[in-house]
Design a protein around this ligand. Structure first.
Ligand SMILES: [Zn+2]
Length: 309
């Protein structure tokens, strides 16, 4: 195992802001794993710790290239964005060598990731079941991405419909920019956030083991994900249910529940407990995530659902 510190910029005290790259094995296939580009999403780092421990005693074919903490200052300050420029680094790919700090970080990550044969960008989505997100692609590359992602044993979802995908500038995140280069890539969302979800850590670790088996990098039996519900059916995409009022959310559903359209997912109550809103989804689907805060405001994302068009 090789640990390398990649300097990005010199700070005013003369120290370097650096990315930590860990490489296990050598040659092809080369699997890139990036953790925690959002500095308030810490579960992925611990999943990579477990994977690294496991690989110390495994016979690995090819190589793993990992960046543990792709947003080091965000992680240090507990912030999603980079704390100097308040930029979402996962919206500025492929980055810019001469740009401001977040663009330089994105540039460096992109150069490393695009040398891989497959890349997984690992995030967290708060109170959620673990799930994989597939960016809009077609053809043979999509088939490969689906094959790899399904091997991991967690829920696989396609991204938001086109209008919301564009509105959230998701095409400027790491996986779609790698897909543009012909490299299979997708996002893995684990439970947790600023507080690590340790069951989610296990899920991430096990899902990555399954991917390595699929890639022929290790020779062992696939492991079952049983820490959280898994949606096994195909053809679902992510879809947000938002509130129309302010108040306190009382959910009526659990993660992984299947809910028929217009069935209440919960209620929003005001301070004296009066119901302000029945929260419903206009499509049938599974509950993928719930808000980590109970107080909600109009247009807050309350539930992420897995729905079919
Ligand atoms: Zn994220």
């Amino acid at each position: 195992m090789k640990i390398e510190s990649i300097p990005i910029v010199k700070r005013l005290d003369g120290s370097y802001l650096s990315l930590t790259k860990v490489v296990v094995g050598e040659g092809r296939p080369k699997l890139f794993l990036g953790a925690s580009i959002h500095g308030d999403e810490l579960t992925p780092i611990a999943s990579l710790w477990r994977l690294i421990e496991y690989l110390k005693v495994a016979d690995v074919k090819g190589s793993l290239v990992m960046i543990l903490g792709m947003n080091p200052e965000g992680i240090a300050f507990g912030k999603r964005f980079d704390p100097y420029f308040h930029v979402d680094i996962n919206r500025v790919y492929p980055g810019d060598k001469e740009g401001i700090l977040p663009r330089r970080i994105a540039f460096t990550i992109f150069q490393i990731a695009k040398d891989a044969d497959i890349a997984v960008d690992i995030h967290t989505a708060g109170v959620c079941i673990p799930f994989i997100l597939i960016d809009p692609i077609e053809g043979e590359l999509k088939e490969r991405v689906l094959e790899y992602s399904k091997s991991m044993g967690v829920t696989v979802l396609e991204e938001y419909e086109e209008k919301q995908y564009k509105a959230e500038h998701l095409s400027e995140s790491l996986p779609p920019k790698l897909l543009d280069e012909g490299i299979p890539s997708f996002t893995l969302e684990l439970p947790g956030g600023l507080r690590i979800d340790w069951k989610g850590v296990n899920v991430g670790y096990k899902a990555l083991i399954n991917l390595m088996i699929e890639l022929g990098m290790i020779d062992t039996s696939p492991v079952t994900i049983d820490e959280y519900p898994v949606i096994k059916e195909d053809g679902f995409r992510r879809y947000d249910v938002r509130s129309s009022s302010a108040g306190i959310l009382e959910p009526y559903v659990e993660l992984g529940d299947y809910v028929d359209k217009f069935t209440p997912l919960g209620v929003v109550r005001n301070l004296v407990g009066k119901i302000e809103e029945w929260v419903r989804c206009e499509k049938s689907g599974y509950v993928v995530s719930m808000p980590s805060r109970s107080v909600v405001y109009p247009a807050d994302r309350l539930f992420t659902m897995a729905v079919r068009d």
